[in-house]
Design a protein around this ligand. Structure first.
Ligand SMILES: Nc1ncnc2c1ncn2[C@@H]1O[C@H](COP(=O)(O)OP(=O)(O)OP(=O)(O)O)[C@@H](O)[C@H]1O
Ligand SMILES: [Mg+2]
Length: 221
């Protein structure tokens, strides 16, 4: 099967002198999960931001669905990013003053994607799947951490993206909510989404995940 993402010999330097990422190779196929471990400051978020087309890189090749990414023109990928990539962050990145449903719809409003009845039925279905239906019209500021993270995951999944990028998605959660998040990401993968998860939590166990450690700027299996 063709890789969704293929990265070869990637280097990233912030200061033009030392590389945070150096000679990094990575690929992932649709429906697969990659978990990435590594010490604080080793470059995990940098890697995710590059994969998510939010951050440029210095050298190397990055192919997304076979298209070569020009790292100096990240703005030209705004539509691709909006349609194909869902992000989940440790700190949720939700808008407190808006309701759960308004937050979930943000990717559509922000990127001018069409809001049709399929979108609303997907919201209902995902809210049910995550036992969040009673919160649909509640303000996010009134939710617990675990409930907020479920909203963030629904927001990432609502577009049926080909890739979900999760940066320590269970960092603030207890065991019960951690297992809800794991099941959610697993179910996205089972539906064909590629999932890349950075974590410090060695208990995160997915079926068939490829497990990597980021050390010395590169990913080791
Ligand atoms: N925008 C930036 N400008 C300059 N240096 C940066 C920038 N972002 C990150 N760095 C540096 O790059 C290195 C890697 O940072 P990164 O955030 O990718 O680490 P991380 O592995 O995600 O760490 P953590 O586990 O603590 O989240 C660090 O030394 C950090 O200080
Ligand atoms: Mg980080």
């Amino acid at each position: 099967m063709n890789s969704l993402i293929s990265i070869e010999k990637l280097n990233k330097s912030y200061d033009g002198k030392s590389d945070v990422l150096h000679g990094l190779n990575f690929s992932i196929q649709p429906g697969k999960i990659a978990t990435i471990y590594g010490s604080s400051g080793c470059g995990k978020s940098t890697f995710l931001n590059i994969v998510g087309l939010l951050e440029d890189f210095s050298d190397g090749e990055y192919y997304f669905k076979g298209n070569r990414i020009n790292s100096k023109r990240l703005n030209s990928y705004n539509t691709l990013r909006a349609q194909e990539i869902g992000f989940v962050f440790q700190s949720y990145h939700l808008i407190d003053s808006l309701s759960v449903q308004e937050n979930i719809l943000m990717p559509f409003l922000y990127n001018n994607l069409p809001l049709n009845s399929n979108v609303y039925s997907s919201i209902t279905q995902l809210l049910n799947q995550f036992q969040m239906e009673q919160f649909q019209h509640k303000k996010v500021s009134l939710l617990s951490g675990g409930e907020r993270q479920r909203v963030a995951i629904i927001r990432a999944m609502i577009k049926s993206p080909s890739l979900i990028i999760a940066d320590e998605p269970t960092g603030n959660l207890d065991d019960i909510n951690t297992s809800i998040v794991i099941r959610a990401l697993q179910s996205a993968a089972d539906q064909g989404t590629a999932v890349i998860v950075v974590t410090h939590n060695k208990q995160l166990s997915f079926n068939n995940a490829d497990i990597y450690t980021l050390t010395n700027g590169a990913l080791q299996r």
